[in-house]
Design a protein around this ligand. Structure first.
Ligand SMILES: Cc1ncc(COP(=O)(O)O)c(C=O)c1O
Length: 516
């Protein structure tokens, strides 16, 4: 962790999918050839979505994994699927066995569900491979990797307008979830310190945010026993605004989370407006509430394409900011960042010391060991692209997002909820008069061509609103956008042409694809 710039740091509708005849399904899918086994591709083995892995049941414990005879010298070989094989195999055989298992994974570049980087230059991939053996925590052994982390924290502090003269401490993390945990902990510790110093009760902390927050904030609240005060989304306000935030605050509020790039639709929350509403609250009731900006995506977008937007440390109440290096920071999955306004924003007793070049190095993390290659790759991107390179990448993503959202709006059945003018992300829903199919039907049919486009319902109070969200990332060109539009047009025509209800491709209870 670096303590500042100046220091060294799925009629057939009622039937379940598996009871629908192949010909009925083929008909509903508008395909002439026998339908591929789509449910396997989507759901994986046994059609189960496994959010958290558990031990397989007794009937599966001895299941075997057959190995293609071409890969082995013995005529036939099997290994246990869920137990450690008694003996090993040659590396090339192992490589092929594992690769064969992975071929049903989707094509990451066509994954318009994720915010996370799916393509880096080969040089960056090479650099990461060269650093696979470096452990980020071994600051003493890998001082130059530590130095690159320090430079990255300084670069981000500067990009996010840390106040002049501030040490703006910060660190790398495994992603924004960990970074949000650290930001939330600092808010909680500071609130407790203030309350204890005033001899006040510290049993009922709360954190104010919209229901559109990413799940990491609900986790934070549960893990740290903080009451989540969530402001519901309503049809004409899909994110948190100042007055609603301030109305939820009281003397037990540790902070307000403002999201720069709502996970639901990519819209930015008005940080300055929230700040101003909290100022009024202070004037009226003398409760002084800091803001944590969850810039998981926007932290790497706004500085480059919305430079005049006041959302970062220029806004006085912003105490800390997180961002995912592995989203619009353009690094493969595994790195996030968090920076605090100044040392006062980060309570000293959260900081641990590790040995560093004979001295001690302050660290703040939930993990201990972590790969060093991601930090090296972040720094690579900084020097490779510079400000103008990042600006061009993010601007081109936004150009594609705005073109695509504009064309989607012209298709007819859709209504845009956002257009990509904040994050290069937009969400749309079916107009109320379109009843022949759902966004889930459309999402599943797009998947037959390889497009991974999630359909999901909004959170509490807006759960009857189902949308499709498209995230445009580096590498998604105008050409790919044109191909996606062609497929969208084709599938809408197909769904319109079949006025009878369509057999879903996956069982209804498994259709919710949104998981970010
Ligand atoms: C606003 C927001 N916060 C936090 C996260 C969690 O980020 P990460 O996947 O880097 O842990 C996400 C992920 O999409 C997000 O969109």
């Amino acid at each position: 962790m670096y303590m500042g710039k100046s220091r060294t740091k799925i009629s057939n509708r009622e039937k379940p999918f598996w009871q629908v005849s192949v010909s009925a399904m083929r008909d509903s899918l508008c395909i002439e050839e026998p339908a591929p086994c789509v449910e396997d591709a989507i759901l994986g083995e046994k059609g189960a979505i496994v959010p958290l892995h558990s031990q397989v049941g007794p009937e599966e414990q001895d299941a075997e994994l057959g190995i293609n005879p071409v890969y082995v010298r013995v005529a036939r070989r099997e290994i246990p699927r869920y137990k450690l094989p008694a003996e090993g195999m040659l590396p090339d055989t192992a490589l092929q066995v594992v690769r064969d298992e992975l071929i049903l994974d989707g094509n990451a570049r066509l994954n318009l569900a994720t915010f996370v980087t799916t393509w880096m230059e080969p040089q960056a991939a090479q650099l990461m491979a060269e650093c696979f053996d470096k452990n980020m925590i071994d600051k003493d052994e890998y001082p130059q990797t530590a130095e690159l982390e320090r430079r990255c924290v300084n670069i981000l502090g500067d990009l996010w307008h840390a106040p002049a003269g501030s040490t703006a401490p910060g660190c790398s993390t495994t992603g924004s979830s960990e970074a949000c945990m650290l930001g939330g902990m600092a808010l909680l510790w500071r609130w407790r310190q203030r309350r204890r110093a005033a001899g006040l009760d510290t049993t009922w902390p709360n954190l104010v945010m919209g229901t559109n927050v990413q799940v990491c904030w609900e986790k934070f609240c549960r893990y740290w026993q903080v009451e989540p005060r969530q402001v519901p989304m309503v049809p004409d306000r899909l994110f948190l605004r100042g007055p609603e935030a301030a109305a939820q605050c009281d003397e037990n509020t540790i902070g307000v989370v403002a999201i720069m790039g709502s996970t639901m639709d990519g819209s930015y929350e008005p940080v300055q407006e929230i700040n101003d509403a909290l100022d009024e609250l202070y004037t009226e009731r003398k409760v002084d509430i800091p803001i944590h900006v969850d810039g998981a995506s926007g932290g790497f977008v706004a500085p480059f394409i919305q430079p005049h937007l006041q959302w970062d440390f220029r806004v006085p109440r912003v105490a800390s900011i997180n961002a995912s290096g592995h989203k619009y920071g353009l690094v493969y999955p595994g790195v996030g960042w968090v920076v605090w306004r100044d040392e006062d924003a980060l309570p000293e007793d959260l900081v641990f010391r590790v040995n560093y070049l004979g001295g001690d190095m302050p660290t703040f993390a939930l993990n201990f060991s972590r790969p060093g290659g991601h930090v090296a790759a972040q720094y690579y991107n900084f020097v490779r692209l510079g400000f103008d390179g990042y600006r061009r990448v993010q601007q081109s993503c936004q150009d594609v997002a705005m073109y695509l959202s504009g064309e989607v709006a012209k298709l007819g059945p859709f209504e845009l909820l956002s257009d990509g003018s904040d994050l290069p992300v937009f969400a749309f829903r079916l107009r109320d008069d379109v009843t022949a199919y759902t966004v889930f039907d459309l999402s599943e049919r797009l998947r037959m061509r390889g497009w991974l486009v999630p359909a999901y319902t909004f959170p509490a109070d807006l759960t009857d609103t189902a949308v499709i969200r498209i995230v445009i990332r580096n590498g998604f060109t105008m050409d790919l956008a044109g191909l996606l539009l062609d497929d969208l047009r084709r599938q809408i025509q197909c769904l319109d042409a079949h006025s009878q209800p369509h057999a879903p491709l996956v069982p209804p209870h498994q259709r919710q694809s949104f998981a970010h």
